[in-house]
Design a protein around this ligand. Structure first.
Ligand code: EPZ
Length: 424
C-alpha cells in the first residue's frame, strides 16, 4: 500500500494547474444514458473515481473510451442496455447512485444497489427516491437494491413543485436528469445551487434538454421525447482549486492556480481574506499569498453553495491549527466529518471536537508524525499540514487521495514542496 512522505519546509512558489471537477464529471458521465447519440467530455480529470464510473457505465452497456490526451471521454449508449447497477461497483463509490434517474428516464425501470453509509455520514437517498416517486416512479428497497419502475413506462413531470427538505446535490442532479425525458414539466424547489449542477444543466441543454433556473433554488425542466449528443468541457474543480490555494497559506510564498475562478469559491475567498490571505485574479487564474507571516483565527460554518464548502473544511482546519487565536468550525452538512482532527492532534494541534463543532486553538508549529488518511479530503489536509510541520510526516492509506486529486505529488513538487510517494 502506498504512503506519502512530506518534509516540512520553506515557502512554495510557482504555478499549479487545476483539473476538471471530479464532482461535475461524475454527474456528467451518467448523462450519456439519456441519449442514443455520442456524448464527449473534455477536460475530464484522471482519477480512480472516474475509472469506477467508467466501469459502471460499461456494465450497463455504454461505450466509454478515454482518448489519447487522457482528458477526453468519448461515450455512447445506443440500443439495448442493462438496467441493474451492481453492488460490487456501487460499493466502491457512492456517486454511482447518479445512474438511477437517467436509467429510469430512459428505460422506465432501474435496479440500483443502495450505496450504504460512508466514513463521513449515513448519507441516505430519501430525497432522491421521494422526488422520483412524485414523478410517478414506484420504488421499493429489496435485497439491498432500489427497484424502481415508472408507472406507464415513463416518468411524469407533475407541474407541481418537488420541494426538497435539504438542498441535496445528488438528488438535484438525479431528478434534473430524470426530468429531461419525463412527460410534462418538473419543478424542483430548494434545489442545490452548486457549480457542478450548472455545468450539468449546460451539458444537458446542449443535448436538447429544456432547463431553466439552475444555479438558483428553483429549477424548471420541460421534458422532451429524446435527447441528442454533445461535446462539453468539464468545469474547473473548485475543491482542488481551494485546496491548492491554501498551500501558500500553510508555508508562505506565492502560488498561482491556473484555471482558477473566484466565482466558484466566493465565500471561501472571503474567509481567506478574513484570515489574512490575499487572493488576486490574474489572466491565467488566481494568485494566492499571505499578507504577513501570521494567519488570523476565523470561524467557519459549512453550508450548501454559495456557502463555505464542506469539502474544504478539513483543509481549512489544518491551516487554522497554527493560526493566531482560537477558531470555531461548524460542520453542518455531514454528521461525521472531523476524522482528520485526531490525526492533526497527533501532529501537535490543539483541537476539541464536540458533535458538529470543532474548536481549534492555534499552536506555534506542528510536528511531523505518521498519520492515517480516513477519507478523501482528510487525506489532503494531512499532506498540507505536513508541508508546514517540523520534520517528516508520513500519510498512509493514500488510496483515498487518488479518488479526487490527480498528480498531487508532482503538482506540489513543482512549487517547491519536498514530497514523495512510496510503495510498501
Ligand atoms: C456531493 O455529495 C459531493 N459528491 C460531496 O463531495 C459533497 O460533500 C456534497 O455533495 C455536499 O457538497 C459528489 O458530487 C459526487 P448531498 P452528495 O446529497 O450528493 C443528506 C467529496 O469530497 N441527504 O448534497 O452525496 C446527506 O446525508 C464528496 O468530493 C439526505 O439526508 O451530497 C448529507 O448529510 C464528499 N438524503 C447532506 O444531505 C438524501 O437523499 C448533503 O448530501 C440526500 C442527501
Amino acid at each position: 500500500m502506498d504512503s506519502i512522505l512530506v518534509q516540512g519546509g520553506g515557502p512554495l512558489n510557482g504555478q499549479i494547474p487545476i483539473a476538471g471537477a471530479k464532482n461535475a464529471c461524475l454527474t456528467l458521465m451518467p448523462a450519456t444514458l439519456l441519449s442514443e447519440e455520442p456524448l464527449t467530455l473534455t477536460n475530464a480529470p484522471r482519477l480512480s473515481d472516474i475509472k469506477t464510473m467508467t466501469e459502471l457505465l460499461r456494465s450497463l452497456g455504454s461505450e466509454v473510451a478515454t482518448m489519447q490526451d487522457g482528458k477526453t471521454l468519448a461515450m455512447s449508449c445506443h440500443g439495448e442496455i442493462n438496467t441493474r447497477a451492481e453492488y460490487d461497483i456501487v460499493r466502491k463509490m457512492r456517486a454511482s447512485n447518479l445512474v438511477l434517474g437517467p436509467l429510469l428516464a430512459r428505460e422506465g425501470v432501474a435496479e440500483v444497489s443502495l450505496p450504504g453509509g460512508c466514513a463521513i455520514g449515513a448519507r441516505p437517498m430519501d430525497i432522491h427516491t421521494d422526488g422520483l416517486t412524485l414523478m410517478g416512479a414506484d420504488i421499493e428497497l429489496r435485497d439491498g437494491y432500489l427497484h424502481a419502475k415508472a408507472q406507464g413506462g415513463r416518468l411524469k413531470g407533475k407541474g407541481a413543485v418537488i420541494g426538497f427538505p435539504f438542498a441535496s446535490v445528488g438528488a438535484t442532479e438525479n431528478i434534473m436528469m430524470a426530468a429531461t425525458l419525463a412527460k410534462g414539466t418538473t419543478v424542483i424547489n430548494n434545489a442545490a445551487r452548486e457549480p457542478e449542477i450548472v455545468d450539468l444543466a449546460d451539458c444537458l441543454r446542449k443535448m436538447g434538454a429544456q432547463i431553466d433556473g439552475d444555479g438558483t433554488s428553483t429549477i424548471t425542466i420541460q421534458g422532451v421525447d429524446r435527447l441528442g449528443g454533445a461535446t462539453h468541457p468539464v468545469v474547473t474543480d473548485r475543491i482542488e482549486l481551494g485546496t491548492y490555494m491554501l498551500a501558500p497559506a500553510f508555508c508562505g510564498g506565492e502560488v498561482e492556480c491556473l484555471g482558477g475562478r473566484m466565482d466558484l469559491l466566493t465565500s471561501f475567498c472571503e474567509k481567506l481574506d478574513e484570515a489574512g490571505i490575499d487572493v488576486t485574479e490574474t489572466d491565467k487564474g488566481l494568485k494566492v499569498k499571505r499578507r504577513t507571516d501570521e494567519i488570523k483565527a476565523i470561524n467557519i460554518t459549512t453550508e450548501p453553495f454559495p456557502g463555505f464548502p464542506t469539502d474544504l473544511q478539513a483543509q481549512m482546519m489544518a491551516v487554522l491549527c497554527t493560526a493566531n487565536g482560537t477558531s470555531v468550525l461548524e460542520e453542518k452538512i455531514f454528521e461525521n466529518r472531523f476524522m482528520h482532527a485526531p490525526e492533526l492532534v497527533r501532529m501537535g494541534a490543539n483541537i476539541d471536537v464536540a458533535g458538529g463543532t470543532a474548536t481549534v486553538t492555534g499552536v506555534n508549529k506542528l510536528k511531523g508524525a505518521p498519520v492515517m488518511a480516513t477519507d478523501l479530503r482528510a487525506s489532503i489536509s494531512l499532506i498540507l499540514a505536513g508541508l508546514a510541520a517540523e520534520g517528516e510526516t508520513k500519510v498512509s492509506r493514500v488510496y483515498h487521495l487518488d479518488r479526487g486529486y490527480e498528480k498531487v505529488v508532482r503538482k506540489l513538487q513543482a512549487v517547491g514542496a519536498q514530497i514523495e510517494r512510496i510503495s510498501e
